[in-house]
Ligand binder design. Structure first.
Ligand code: NDP
Length: 315
């Protein structure tokens, strides 16, 4: 049978390129988990995806109710759930003031981490129930959350501190909107959320890999300088960033190539190892990359897990 992969944020950028790459193999049905149904259906059409190779299901990660509703809707499709890809993200580097999810969390961490945390926790039992030979839960990471790299050292750097802001609810009411308790900084909030994504993947691996057989993985697909992720950035940045990445840092990767990389993590029979953060070298060969000290801190991962459980109503 075909495999079924859920991809969040499949309406543009990396998510769409991955959905397209998987659908083209003829071996996958993609559940596109998107907040904008019309945009997703137009994007799938424009990408030339066969209409029988995907189903669009509404998901707004900025609302925990929407996440729960999505899980119900997906179960009603009565398709097995073989792979889940937590890919959607917002990046708000020029925001002067924080914005909030329906549940009152700062938006970047609320969408990129907490929404996905609830989604992944809810869908773990579905993954476990699937009879697919290699079941996987993938959480897209980033180099920007990784302070052991050059790109990860561009200020403001990711830093979760002692997680006091998260413990306080990340709502700006009696607590900070930043995980470490500091002043609002949109670029840092994004990087922090990516560290959370990588810590969460490893904590899943420690808690559930043996018990469930599910492979947990994260990845840095390369710098995809052309995606909508940079839509909130100033125009000059958007103009200069792609050539800068292409010719100066040489970290540039096309959306199509990045999509193939993520599709590999979804389906390649050789990438079944759990607990890995995948990266690719210049020749597009995958390798197991090292995470920064903070992004591989097991105590922090445990604390993050427990605080996140409380915030999304699982504990
Ligand atoms: P895009 O902005 O193109 O895609 C992000 C996707 O997330 C869109 O489909 C968007 O939906 C969706 N999304 C945003 N908010 C929500 C929400 N509240 N609920 C549901 N979906 C939502 O960016 P990329 O493709 O670049 O980013 C994809 C992933 O890749 C992210 O995890 C990012 O951190 C990671 N990444 C990107 C890099 C890059 O260089 N671009 C580098 C490293 C990692 P909509 O279409 O409706 O806006």
């Amino acid at each position: 049978r075909k495999g079924t992969a859920i991809i969040t944020g499949a309406s543009s950028g990396l998510g769409l390129a991955t959905a397209k790459a998987l659908s083209e193999t003829g071996k996958w049905h993609v559940i596109m988990a998107c907040r904008d149904f019309l945009k997703a259906s137009r994007a799938a059409k424009a990408a030339g995806m066969d209409k029988d190779s995907f189903t669009i299901v509404h998901l707004n990660l900025a609302s925990l109710d929407s996440v729960r509703q999505f899980v119900k809707n997906v179960r009603q499709l009565e398709m097995p759930i073989d792979v889940v890809v937590c890919n959607a993200a917002v990046y708000l580097p020029t925001a002067k003031e924080p914005s909030y999810t329906a549940d009152g969390f700062e938006m970047s961490v609320g969408v990129n981490h907490l929404g996905h945390f609830l989604l992944a926790r809810e869908l773990l039992s579905d993954l476990q129930a699937s009879d697919y030979p290699s079941k996987r839960l993938i959480i897209v990471g980033s180099i920007t959350g990784n302070t052991n790299t050059l790109a990860g050292n561009v200020p403001p750097k990711a830093n979760l501190g002692d997680l006091r802001g998260l413990a306080g609810g990340l709502n700006g009411v009696g607590s900070s909107v930043m995980i470490d308790g500091g002043e609002f900084d949109g670029a840092k909030a994004y990087k922090d959320s990516k560290v959370c994504n990588m810590l969460t993947m490893q904590e899943f691996h420690r808690r559930y890999h043996e018990e469930t057989g599910v492979t947990f993985a994260s990845l840095y697909p390369g710098c995809i300088a052309t995606t909508g992720l940079f839509r909130e950035h100033i125009p000059l940045f958007r103009l200069l960033f792609p050539p800068f990445q292409k010719y100066i840092t040489k970290g540039y990767v096309s959306e199509e190539e990045a999509g193939k990389r993520l599709a590999q993590v979804v389906s390649d029979p050789s990438l079944t190892k759990s607990g890995v953060y995948w990266s690719w070298n210049k020749n597009s060969a995958s390798f197991e990359n090292q995470l920064s000290e903070e992004a591989s801190d097991a105590d922090k991962a445990k604390k993050l897990w427990e605080l996140s459980e409380k915030l999304v109503g699982l504990a």
